[in-house]
Design a binder for this molecule. Structure first.
Ligand code: GLU
Length: 479
């Protein structure tokens, strides 16, 4: 544990998907706070969700943050004195703390079955009660529970939350937050597979890694009471908490891939510049700087946590585009743009994926442009009649495309084979002829009736761009 007075902050992404703009936003504010105060910025991977975490996602998150120029002082790739920095490698650490919590009465073992919990939830929903654990095992004789566990009954460990009263918590931006204890659930701390949940691992790691300020998104405020209880039960000194306002769409809903692209991957591939993206994210919580252009160094120099304005910062892609245009025109030389285009849009890596798909159909090099333009374009929209599924009218077609998108979303790997397998399966389930779906799908992703093989095309375009194009088609059909 670091026992110095230096400022230590962290980001703790869960590697369960594409690198998200929200992660970059929180990373930027932590980075700036650390650099401004000559402290340390740590990257910790929270991969306690074994079913959803992947190394690929972790690698992509790290690569995306590096692309933005946000480097960290300690992390899974660079090491450091408080490692390992991946929670899946720290299981042994959490076990002893969980035992300590049970021993000192701050937590208890629970042997309720999944069926009982599902039943309970259903009952609570019917009665319009808040859903949550009813404390069944908390009221049992611990010896009886221990006996069942000895006999092989699976169990979880739950936090014993106060049954009455209020909790008072401090947030750097909001001041005091008060919550009724009845609203705090007896949170699972250790799952039946022996792995800790986010809450337990997060508190232990923040303590062991000497984190002085927890700066994270506002969506974690509801977890704060549980975290405070854990800090107190474990006798840990509490860090300061600062919950950043959530990025929102223009309609004030939370940013999500259902409305706009949110993957840093997408923005990189679509030609957004890392410094423009950082500038844009920096503007998010600082309303006084509306249209300012600033470098990362300037952002750090002027950084002040207290200047952050609450209220939903709007992740306005149009504004990002405007800012990006200014960066491109004003802050890049023509030589730099040439290099950028060669490395980004026309990289050998990207072209070598496209050429094998296209070469059979072209006679001269210019034909590549004609035939493969949609690999280099943002928008490929055509008249919405081309998106109709078989004989279905517009609204029902939109519904089928929604379902198709859902199928694609669930793919862990976005390869030609996996896309083909999943979509053919979907067709079978729907008893739908292939051409009803594949023809309009081809129009959506390429804007053309004849394109290279559909699944190869989709794999090269990538999930994000396919999602954006399918969403555009859905929106067009719903109009
Ligand atoms: N693993 C959490 C996430 O995915 C971290 C939340 C926190 O910073 O405490 O965002």
């Amino acid at each position: 544990m670091s026992k110095t007075s230096e400022i230590r902050v962290r980001i703790a992404p869960s590697p369960t998907g594409d690198p998200h703009v929200g992660t970059a936003y929180v990373a930027l504010f932590n980075f700036a706070f650390a650099r401004k105060n000559k402290g340390k910025f740590i990257l910790r991977i929270e991969d306690t969700d074994r079913a959803r975490s992947t190394r690929k996602s972790e690698d992509e998150i790290l690569a995306a943050l590096k692309w933005l120029g946000l480097d960290w002082d300690e992390g899974p790739d660079v090491g450091g004195p408080n490692g390992p920095y991946r929670q899946s490698e720290r299981s042994h650490i959490y076990k002893s703390y969980a035992q300590k919590l049970v021993d000192n009465g701050a937590a208890y073992k629970c042997i309720c079955t999944g069926e009982r919990l599902a039943e309970l939830r259903k009952r609570q929903q019917i009665l319009k009660q808040p859903t949550g654990y009813d404390g069944h095992c908390r009221k049992q004789n611990p010896q009886i529970i221990e006996q069942a566990i000895q006999e092989g009954t699976p169990f979880v460990v739950r936090l014993k939350t106060p049954l009455e009263g209020q909790m008072h918590m401090q947030d750097a931006l909001r001041g005091e937050i008060v919550i009724n204890c009845t609203e705090v659930d007896d949170q699972v701390l250790v799952k039946s597979d022996g792995f800790p949940t986010y809450h337990l691992a997060n508190v232990i790691d923040d303590h062991l890694m000497g984190i002085t300020h927890v700066i994270r998104g506002e969506e974690w405020i509801s977890s704060l009471p549980k975290h405070i209880l854990l800090y107190e039960a474990l006798g840990f000194e509490k860090p300061q908490f600062c919950h950043l306002p959530l990025l929102r769409n223009a309609d004030k809903s939370k940013v999500s891939k259902r409305k706009n692209p949110v993957s840093l991957h997408y923005f990189k591939e679509a030609g957004y510049l890392p410094d423009a993206m950082l500038n844009f994210l920096g503007l998010m919580a600082y309303s006084s700087q509306e249209n300012e252009i600033f470098s990362l160094t300037e952002f750090v120099e002027n950084f002040d946590l207290q200047k952050i304005v609450l209220g939903g910062p709007v992740f306005d892609v149009k504004k990002l585009l405007w800012l990006n245009g200014r960066y491109l025109r004003e802050l890049r030389s023509e030589d730099q743009i040439v290099t950028y285009l060669q490395e980004q849009l026309f990289s050998s890596e990207y072209l070598s994926k496209i050429v094998p798909m296209v070469k059979e159909r072209v006679e001269k090099s210019e034909d590549f442009i004609e035939y493969a333009d949609f690999f280099f374009k943002a928008d490929v929209a055509v008249a919405k009649e081309h998106y109709l599924i078989g004989e279905l009218e517009a609204k029902s077609s939109a519904l089928v495309i929604e379902q198709t998108l859902e199928v694609l979303e669930n793919l862990k790997e976005f390869s030609s084979e996996s896309i083909s397998g999943a979509l053919k399966n979907f067709l079978k389930e729907q008893s739908m002829p292939a051409k009803n779906l594949f023809m309009p799908l081809r129009m959506m992703v390429s804007g053309k009736k004849a394109s290279p093989p559909l699944f190869d095309t989709m794999a090269v375009l990538g999930k994000e761009r396919c999602r954006t194009r399918l969403r555009a088609a859905i929106n067009a059909l719903k109009k």
